[in-house]
Design a protein around this ligand. Sequence first.
Ligand code: IP8
Length: 262
Amino acid sequence: MMIVKLGGSALTIKDANEPTVDETNLNRIAEEVSNYNDDMVIVHGAGSFGHILAKKYGIGGKITNAQENLFKIEGLSLTQSSMQLLNYYVVSKLQEKGIPAIGIKPSSFIITENQRITVCDTNIVKRYVDEGFVPVLYGDAVLDLNEDIKFAIISGDQLITYFAKALKADKVILSSDVDGIFTDNPKTNPDAKLIEVVTKDTQLTLTENENQADVTGGMAGKIRELLELADEGIESMIINAEKEGNLKSAVSGKEVKGTIIK
Ligand code: IP8
C-alpha cells in the first residue's frame, strides 16, 4: 500500500491573500496520480486554505481567557470548513480522472494531545482501502486533550507518518514544490545542493522561517516527521510535484529524482 502526500504549496497558490486553488497544478497532479498501480491513501496539505486562518487565529496556542477561547472557536470552525472545501476540490478532481476518491475529514475522528495524534480509529480508512476506494485525508484543525490549548493543527505530514505506521505502508511519497531536501533553501540560494539520502545522522541546518505562512514548520517539520517514520523502518521519499511527470513516475513505481529519508 502506498501513501501519497500532495503538498498544499503545489495544489494552491500558497502566498495568496485568500484561499486560492492552483487549477492548472491540481488538474495535472490528479491526472498524474491516476496512474497509481497499488492500494493508495492520499493526504493533502493546506496551502492558502489552512495556514492563513490557522495563523490568524493562533490555533494550538495557549488560551488564557474567555475572549481568546471564543476567538479560537471561531478560528477552528472557519479553518475546518476551509479545509473541507479544499478537500472537496481535490476529491472532485481525482474523481474526474477516474480515481474512486472519498474525502475523509480528519477532525471528525482524530483528537490530539499536545498537538500529536492520540485518538484515531485507522480502521475506517483501512476498510475503505480494502474495499477499493482511495481515501483522501488532509491537514486539519482538531480538538486537543490539553485544556490549556484545547485545539491544534495537525499537518498532513503528521497524518502521513501516523497512517504509514498504522497501515504498514510500503511506499511513502511526499510531493512538494522543491526537488527534495537541500543543503540550503534552493529558492533563495542557487548554490544549494540536493541531498539524495537523509538519515538521522545527516547533519542538517533546519531553520524555521518565522515569516513564512506555514504554521506546521515547512520543510523542517516535514523532515522531523519523516525521520520518526524512518525510525520505524519505513522509508519515504520527497519529490517535486511541480515538475511534470514526477508524480506519475513515483505512483507507478518508476525512479524519480528526490530525497529518500531512511
Ligand atoms: O499543509 C496544515 O497541513 P500541512 C493544516 O500539511 C492546516 O502542513 C489546517 C493549516
